[in-house]
Design a binder for this molecule. Structure first.
Ligand code: WT7
Length: 642
């Protein structure tokens, strides 16, 4: 029996045969009309006058419409039978727990909205949120959206430099943080990291500090305690009606250039995309306990921990910590404890659990699960099968969801809420309804089946980024230039489509590195190396890693007067961890005399990568000087001998 038959024999029941194809084909007849029908499912103060204003490459969805995101996530439920339903089960890294109903969350958000207003925050102001995964993170986000402020969340694993770059680019007025957070039993010194850089953040007027521990910390003149500013605030704050294209948030992500890019998402289009994809992909229902293991500091958390589940009135589990702390069973123990029905996680976490063996998940009751999801990086077929058999016990469908920070929501996935289709391990399956994708080659030609090319998006979609913060030019160059004459959005990913039109995502085609599904740019890492006094030049690439997906490999040219040593090696690792954060820890650092460059001075990372992964280097004619490659080849010959 074919593997696919074996998998799909378990799924004889589909909702309506052909339903997915029918819906998708119908959506493509008139994409705008299709999404307008979906948008009607949100709560609007005023309906739009025009569905889409498309001034390539700038799109505005639902022009003239007025709405508020927090109203769609909270007020709607407070006025319904969901009022006292649990919104969040929260579990801290340290096994602390909290429960918040929709009504309680609503009250806290309202109070905090008033607190922000009391500090002078108003519509369009930027608020940076730097917190670990605690309910306050959601409360602060929703409070921003309630008053029309633009949130800018910074992953709590990032350190001072990364924080400063983002705060300064966004010109935030406020930072919301905590005295500390917890990860893997260790303290995350959020406030201390803010303090380290506060003098370099001229736009910041106040730092709001949530108190998590009884230890005292230093409070500066701009610092205010969360509990103090919410005191005496009313538990109702009138929501700000915003235009559909009003920016809901800026989220920084890494690209191919040195500086992180501030991806800007609007309100009406973004929320419509999330509302619909959540229904189609996860098929949320009243009884669900949804557990998305992402961190809210990344887009997955913004979209599928905060906005999508709350709009649907789902009960969800929010977890502060890591999959392997205190023991490598935490997700499974949480699934059992809370009766999780949908688990949405990453291939990296699954690969880690696989390494620990099947006994661990088998010792928990995972029978509450009905659907399994993955996101962030390609999932290897073996890992898919492991997930399917050992976690889903062959009874749960799998949704491998492909999308990006820029797309706002899911773009390619199995839509189990429309129809359960035959699954193929490792394929994200089909573009969702209302999304038109293509695969093109370097010559700008559309490819037919079974050919590898660049994945492009052919039509504007509601969740699409509006621009890069204060940088329309970079937005245009980054995403729309490569396939300009086709007017296609360039995703940066390789893909192929098989005989049955299933999509297979094949990883990045650019210099973006994915560590445990998190995005880091080579140039960003290189400039951080160069910011160390000993480093003259750096080239950073990645190589496949069995657990993390990819790992960081750096080639360093030292400045005069500095010499290779174990100590310097350690110091450079520390430098990266301190400036960017622990996810940027390099796995290998090699000291070399020269880097392979083109005559125009561009580092040829492609050649480095070929040597590191052991494939022929191919065309080297544009190389300025071959000795650099010989040196690196020698290093790798030595490594491979060991
Ligand atoms: C990049 C986007 C999607 C939210 C989290 C990551 C890769 C994402 C998949 C998948 C293969 C995937 C792509 C994409 N990616 N999901 N299911 N299969 N690759 O968002 O940090 O913006 O990264 O992640 O390479 O371009 P992000």
């Amino acid at each position: 029996m074919l593997e696919n038959d074996y998998i799909n024999n378990n799924f004889k029941i589909t909702l309506e045969k052909g339903a997915f194809k029918k819906k998708r084909n119908h959506s493509l007849i008139n994409i705008e009309e299709f999404w307008a029908e979906e948008a009607k499912k949100l709560v609007w103060y005023k309906q739009w006058d025009k569905i889409l204003e498309w001034n390539p490459p700038f799109a505005k969805w639902f022009v003239g419409g007025l709405l508020n995101a927090s109203v769609n996530c909270l007020d709607k439920h407070v006025e319904s039978e969901n009022k006292n339903k649990v919104a969040l089960f929260w579990e801290g890294d340290n096994e602390e727990t909290r429960i918040l109903t929709y009504y309680q969350l609503y009250q806290k958000v309202n109070q905090f909205s008033n607190a922000l207003k009391s500090l002078g925050v108003s519509k369009g102001d930027r608020v940076t949120i730097y917190l670990t995964m605690t309910p306050e993170l959601l409360i602060a986000m929703l409070a921003c959206s309630r008053i029309g402020a633009i949130h800018n969340i910074i992953f709590s694993g990032f350190s001072s430099q990364a924080l400063a770059d983002r705060v300064n680019d966004a010109q935030s007025k406020i930072i919301v943080t905590a005295d500390r957070g917890f990860r893997r039993g260790k303290i995350v010194e959020l406030k201390k990291i803010v303090d380290q850089t506060i003098d370099d953040l001229p736009s910041i007027q106040n730092v709001i500090v949530f108190k998590r521990s009884s230890n005292s910390i230093k409070m500066g003149k701009q610092d205010v305690w969360w509990h103090d500013i919410i005191k005496n605030q009313k538990s109702y704050c009138k929501p700000q009606q915003v235009e559909s294209s009003h920016p809901l948030f800026i989220l920084y992500t890494s690209g191919t250039t040195g500086k992180p890019k501030g991806v800007v998402h609007g309100t009406g289009g973004y929320l419509t995309h999330l509302y619909s994809t959540a229904k189609w992909v996860f098929d949320f229902n009243k009884q669900d306990i949804f557990f998305c293991t992402a961190d809210i500091g990344w887009i997955t958390g913004h979209s599928y921990i905060v906005y999508a589940p709350l709009m649907h009135g789902v009960t969800e589990l929010i977890y502060e910590g890591t999959p392997d702390y205190p023991k490598p069973d935490r997700y499974w123990s949480l699934v059992e404890k809370y009766g999780v029905t949908i688990l949405y996680t990453t291939p990296t976490a699954l690969r880690m659990y696989m390494r620990y063996g099947n006994e661990i998940p088998h010792s928990f009751d995972l029978s509450s699960l009905r659907l399994l999801g993955t996101v962030g990086e390609p999932i290897n077929p073996e890992v898919w099968m492991w997930y399917f058999t050992n976690i889903g016990k062959e009874k749960c469908a799998i949704v491998d969801t492909w999308w990006q920070t820029e797309t706002g929501g899911i773009m390619v996935s199995h839509c189990t809420g429309i129809e359960i289709l035959s699954m193929k391990p490792g394929s994200a399956m089909f573009p969702i309804p209302g999304i038109d994708l293509g695969i093109v080659n370097e010559e700008n030609k559309y490819l037919s089946k079974n050919q590898k090319g660049y994945l492009v998006i052919k039509k504007p979609w509601p969740g699409m980024l509006q621009t890069l913060w204060k940088n329309n030019k970079k937005y245009r160059n980054n995403y729309w230039k490569k396939f300009e004459n086709k007017l296609c959005y360039f995703t940066g990913d390789y893909a192929t489509m098989d005989n049955e039109s299933y999509f297979w995502l094949l990883g990045r085609s650019d210099d973006v590195i994915k560590i445990s599904g998190h995005r880091l740019g080579s140039t960003e890492l290189e400039s951080t190396f160069v910011s160390h006094k000993s480093v003259a030049e750096a080239a950073v690439i990645s190589k496949p890693n069995n657990t993390k997906g990819e790992s960081i490999i750096a080639f360093i040219v030292l400045r005069k007067g500095y010499f290779e040593s174990e100590k310097l090696h350690r110091e450079l690792i520390k430098h990266l961890r301190k400036k960017i954060g622990p996810i940027a820890t390099p796995d290998e650092i090699h000291f070399v005399n020269k880097l392979p460059k083109t005559r125009s001075g561009k580092i040829m990372r492609r050649l480095l990568k070929s040597i590191v992964i052991g494939v022929p280097t191919g065309d080297t004619t544009t190389l300025e000087d071959g000795t650099s490659l010989e040196e690196i080849q020698k290093i790798y010959n030595e490594i491979n001998k060991k």
